[in-house]
Design a protein around this ligand. Sequence first.
Ligand code: BGC
Ligand code: NOJ
Length: 814
Amino acid sequence: MKFGYFDDANKEYVITTPKTPLPWINYLGCNEFFSLISNTQGGYTFYKDAKLLRLTRYRYNNVPTDMGGKYFYVKDGDTVWNPGWQPTQTELDEYECRHGIGYSRFTGKKNGLKASALSFVPMNDNCEVTQLTLTNESNEKKSVKVFSYVEWCLWNADDDMKNFQRLLSCGEMEVEGSTIYHKTEYRERRNHYAVYSVNAPVAGFDTSRDEFLGAYRSAANPEVVEKGQCTNSMASGWSPIACQQLNVELAPGESKDFVFVLGYIENPQEEKWEDSAMQVINKKRAHEMLARYATTDDVKKALDELHAYWAKLLSKYQVSSKDEKVNRMVNIWNQYQCMVTFNMSRSASYYESGIGRGMGFRDSCQDLLGFVHLIPDRARERIIDIASTQFEDGSAYHQYQPLTKKGNSDIGSGFNDDPLWLIAGTSAYVRETGDVSILDVMTPFDNDASKATPLMNHLKRSFDYIATHKGPHDLPLIGRADWNDCLNLNCFSEHPGESFQTFGPSEGPVAESVFIAGMFVKYGEEYAQLCELKGDNAEAARARAEVEKMYAAILKDGWDGEWFVRAYDAFSHKVGSKECEEGQIFIEPQGFCVLAGVGVKEGLAEKALNSVKEKLDTKYGVMILQPAYTKYHLELGEVSSYPPGYKENAGIFCHNNPWVSIAETVIGRGDRAFEIYKKTCPAYIEDISEIHRTEPYVYSQMVAGADAPRHGEAKNSWLTGTAAWTFVNVSQYILGVYPTHNGLQINPCVPTGFGDFDLIRTYRGVNYHVSVKNPNGVQKGVTKIVVDGKELVGTSVIPYEAGKTDVTVQVVMG
Ligand code: BGC
Ligand code: NOJ
């Protein structure tokens, strides 16, 4: 069943009922100011950091779900309704929500009145603009009242939910005409305030939630709206809000527009006050911001700018094949999600509260892989930020806070895959841009500038950390965990409340990871290539020798007969082996070892992938392990804490499905690679939205596995490494345009019947117009590449030539 449809021409998903199985959201903002916005106008807004600088409040775990947003109440006679249906839930005559690229548009109709709200965050401004358009579609004159409503968060979202004894006395507001200022804590150490304004005279306002809602009421039935008149309340402590009342007269057929701006303003210390004695805030910057969006023309201009920005970004990879779902995902939604994951890491979604995790070291490095072609400069800055949190010995803080960019000591370090992801991210950046100078950037350790050293040295420390932390089988020590955060082989937690991520020793001398070994083979080679680019052939040779040792160790002790072993536990027992009672086969080493090339020439790769198909596959995707753990295993940790079929315990963890799909392309099986691609790909499962339940335009982290009662149901949409890895898979391996240090390599691996396709790829400023013909319908293999009319001999890499703007590439598969 569907709850909407794709409108590819407008790059929108159109939701046709507010009653989606779960809130279906969108992200507004792509720089520093962000809003999450659901299909019923729920959501929250923050500046830079969803924990420390939260503008509006959101009610997690609320019933009904998705409470808190930027709402508009329309009072038309005795009927009160919202264009996004919530919070009154008054049935609408018509409803539509269009989630687009960086904007959302809601249209509700009731009793001949149409209310349409368009929201977006303009480029380079710290505000969200909403244009509300009211149209009288009836034959009678209408006299309606509109009430806006946002509830402020008292900045630190964590404190806001806990520290009531303090914060319920802190709220402070100012009102000036149609503009409401939220200035809690500005009197002391904050230099910022928030503003909510409308470009029309108001018939009243409220800033106190208690006055607006009335006692024992909720946002579903505010007293002020019911009575039809604001009280001009000034909040003093308790819960400040912003509500503006507009009284609107509309002749039949008449339309009126109102522009609402929700903004964040920072003042320099010396310009903090307009009147310090009276504690009146300096509003100059707010006035300037509001002036930029004073009219609907201003809004149109800002929206056009946003459209143009995205059109340019997305144009960097555009495919035209006969499979419209591939085109839709590649050209629009997958790239869009890559931007969102790059911005958010795993901080703020409807499943990540924004108060827990900040930027993940491994997460952000992987997010880069799907983002770097969009805005390489931002990827460059991110790499340096991440590397700056690394420790001198090459290990890494697992997370850092976006506002401070400092490592988060609550979680600490000890995830032994982390260091290698820095090589992955940097290599992707250098291959994309050719900008070797990043390797010379002086980069601190642990944010201590006195310990700065060239980035290249960070990569060396990353590499060496793995090379020098090996266990009894010469495989990498796993530490707290590797990519699978839940494989906690040194944790041994027996008491509830202990965090699997931090309890127990961060290192153990025995437990090893075959997955990290596979990573080492892949990224060790990429490290060696970076060394060569720097002219350090001796270091490249040393790296390759270490990689060879690791390769041999995997073949010796990491192979189980039909598939790769997952790990060795703290007692040196195998994890993910036929010898185990439960958890006999894990997906991660099959995917990653094979994509790294391990076992390909020995014939093991094919065996491993056949085992994946046989043991882990389902119609909804490939499960992370089988058989599921049915009981808690002290020696394995969180992986066995989940009920069978969920999350890391035999869920379909979408993130590593593309690894297996890539692995299939490595051995040339295009049919199987594509089959795996399709199973978790949102556009292909739109029709089963009642089962899948999360948004049909983005990937989710997890889909319940075969052991779960709700097999096929997804959770944790949006913020997942799945976005980057599926984009890498489809763009670089299936469609086969892979950036190397010397140029683009073209080597598609497609399913039978995929047919010919064209694509445009902008790489280092050059537009490559690639046309692939597949006369014999092969899955893999290129017989001819013609570049600007000249045949390429002996290579599939198109040499990069600076100075060209457009290059035509004709590829013949066979
Ligand atoms: C989840 C993992 C996640 C980890 C982060 C665990 O509870 O299952 O998916 O990576 O928390 O801390
Ligand atoms: C989600 C985390 O964000 C990611 O870092 C981790 O690799 C996966 N879960 C698997 O545990």
